[in-house]
Design a protein around this ligand. Structure first.
Ligand SMILES: Nc1ncnc2c1ncn2[C@@H]1O[C@H](COP(=O)(O)OP(=O)(O)OP(=O)(O)O)[C@@H](O)[C@H]1O
Ligand SMILES: [Mg+2]
Length: 245
């Protein structure tokens, strides 16, 4: 019975809305949030009057209190949800008119809790198992993963356990960074990507983002104000209580 219930729940799952067909070029587009309003539930407004742009190659930070809607902005940008009013635009076109697969291929996302597979470190970094040796080496170095691999019993072949149980919180989080670097997408999104990093690792990755990702657009959500250095623009969201009223 429980299996049957899960099967029916699965069949009832809403299909992702993916009507757009227009092609997307593989370069950073000019992204714009125009008069965005959004609610997950009927009576609770989460975002209202959100306006900002990310110019190609620009590094933009989004800051705000817990629950103010920062990750929600990324959900809208990545088209996991649609705004209730207003438009998310890429090069002036509403993103809903673009092919979803093409559009998503523009982004690499580094989130606070990366999805980890049962396997070794390498399998969790090079998901397509097609990275060139030199690219893999520099991605592991720039993310700081290389510095802890050397302490592991089997190096990069060390098993990480279920959900990365054999790694520390920061070590797990760091695995998402070389993944994103290897994807080499034109727009990089960091959602509190370094919250579990020690001060040195945080500063090192920040330097990689600002100096080695020239040409790429970066949208970073951070609570660490020292990470705002190098950001072209900082968007501060109103507090949660204000946004939700
Ligand atoms: N799937 C959802 N369904 C209903 N409400 C949600 C959902 N996801 C988030 N919310 C609500 O929307 C508000 C904004 O959430 P969001 O995750 O965007 O905040 P945030 O700014 O990223 O916070 P934090 O700094 O804690 O990560 C919160 O009050 C949250 O309760
Ligand atoms: Mg969040």
């Amino acid at each position: 019975m429980p299996s049957a219930r899960r099967l029916f729940q699965f069949l009832d799952t809403e299909t992702e809305w993916a009507s757009g067909k227009d092609m997307v070029e593989n370069r950073p587009p000019r992204l714009e949030f125009r008069d965005i309003q959004f609610r997950y539930e009927e009576n609770r407004l989460i975002l209202q009057g959100i306006n900002f742009t990310v110019e190609p190659g620009e590094k933009v930070a989004i800051i705000g209190q817990n629950g103010s809607g920062k990750s929600t902005i990324l959900n809208l940008l990545l088209r996991f949800y649609q705004p209730n009013a207003g438009h998310v635009l890429a090069d002036g076109k509403d993103v809903s008119s673009l092919s979803l697969e093409d559009y998503r291929s523009l982004f690499s996302v580094v989130s606070q809790e990366p999805y980890l597979f049962l396997g070794n470190i390498l399998q969790n970094v090079d998901l397509s198992e097609s990275a060139k040796a030199d690219e893999l080496e520099s991605a592991l170095k720039e993310s700081g993963v290389a510095s802890y691999i050397v302490r592991m019993p089997d190096g990069e072949k060390t098993q990480i356990g279920r959900d990365g149980a054999k790694l520390s919180g920061g070590e797990k989080q760091k695995l998402a960074v070389p993944r994103a670097l290897l994807k080499d997408a034109p727009v990089v999104i960091l959602d509190e990507a370094t919250s579990g990093f020690d001060i040195e690792s945080d500063a090192y990755l920040h330097d990689v983002i600002v100096n080695k990702m020239q040409g790429k657009s970066v949208v970073m959500i951070t609570h660490h104000y020292n990470n705002l250095e190098g950001a072209g623009k900082v968007n501060r969201l109103p507090s949660a209580s204000f946004a939700a009223c």
